[in-house]
Ligand binder design. Structure first.
Ligand SMILES: O=C(O)CCC(=O)C(=O)O
Length: 305
């Protein structure tokens, strides 16, 4: 059943589920029309991608020891920029730059990181959405949420890559950790096309002992968080991982400490989603200049309410 357009208070059962698991799946949060509007806009942005002269910045995470960190990425917090699937490119050689080997619209890994501020459709369903505001308020986890890192993730057919096991507070670190993700399925997400998986309850065990930062000499790196004991656990190998297949319009709330991941997409179906994150902007919580994603004077992280 579709939720009423104007409000969405979480039930006690939903809040308990959130506390217990560290994530919450809310089917039909957006109705068919709203979801289609976002999906059409995501596809329009993909179709608009002009590869000529565009930086060939691929989105890589730390699984292979390499992580994205060029200027194009580091200055994308207040823009709408395109990041490519690593396997959409032929490798660069000493004589030839890397070249796309798939059509441009199918080469895109993600589009970000200021869709909620700059794109009218995603703005409407984020900063201007009463239902999103109601969910964030009734979750009661943040006093004054600030919205950041809003993006489309495409998980392209056949070449869409893995998102390795991680938690979001590592990448959007605050002191103390406060990140929450809002992840919205715009298409059917299945085990075959790379739906999310979670290690339920890991948010209660994991410590944010590591954070993703701007390296002092350029690029990005990870640093230990002073005074926080590193986790001993190998989360990825632990028992109890749960897949979260879901239908278009589903909202998944993701606690900043919960371990989650998604596999590659070997299928012939896209898995397009929209996601944004929130950090606590009140309670003396600090977001510092070490973080890879920085607000600008022109575009501070907007308050949700
Ligand atoms: O969409 C995905 O596959 C991964 C998203 C994710 O891990 C995140 O937004 O934190």
């Amino acid at each position: 059943m579709t939720n009423p357009l104007s409000s969405h208070q979480l039930t006690e059962a939903q809040k308990q589920q959130w506390e217990q698991d560290g994530y919450l799946v809310i089917p039909s949060f957006f109705d068919g029309e709203e979801t289609k509007e976002m999906l059409d806009e995501a596809k329009r942005l993909c179709d608009e991608f002009e590869v000529d002269g565009h930086p060939m910045t691929t989105f890589k995470t730390a699984a292979d020891g390499e992580h994205v960190g060029d200027e194009y990425f580091l200055t994308s917090g207040d823009k709408i920029r395109y990041f490519l699937e690593p396997t959409s490119l032929s490798p660069a050689t000493s004589t030839q730059p890397a070249k796309l080997i798939v059509p441009p619209a199918q080469s895109i890994n993600k589009i970000g990181h200021a869709l909620a501020m700059l794109n009218p459709v995603f703005r409407k369903h984020t900063l201007e959405s009463d239902r999103i505001r109601d969910v964030a308020k009734s979750l009661g986890a943040q006093e004054s949420p600030r919205v950041l890192q809003s993006m489309i993730i495409c998980k392209q057919p056949r070449i869409g890559g893995v998102v390795p096991c991680h938690n979001d507070s590592t990448f959007l670190y605050t002191d103390p950790p406060s990140a929450i993700g809002a992840w919205i399925a715009l298409e059917e997400c299945t085990p075959e096309n790379g739906c999310l998986s979670f290690l339920p309850g890991s948010h209660r065990l994991s410590r944010t002992a590591n954070r993703f930062i701007r390296a002092p000499d350029g690029g990005t790196t990870f640093m230990d968080v002073p005074g926080v004991e590193p986790n001993e656990e190998n989360w990825d190998d632990m028992e109890g991982w749960r897949k979260a297949p879901c239908s278009p319009g589903t909202l998944v709330l993701i606690h900043g400490s919960v371990m989650h991941k998604s596999p590659p997409n070997p299928s012939d179906k896209t898995r397009i989603i929209y996601t944004f994150h929130m950090i606590e902007g009140g309670k003396g919580v600090k977001y510092d200049e070490k973080n890879w994603l920085q607000p600008t004077k022109e575009m501070p992280f907007p308050a949700l309410f």
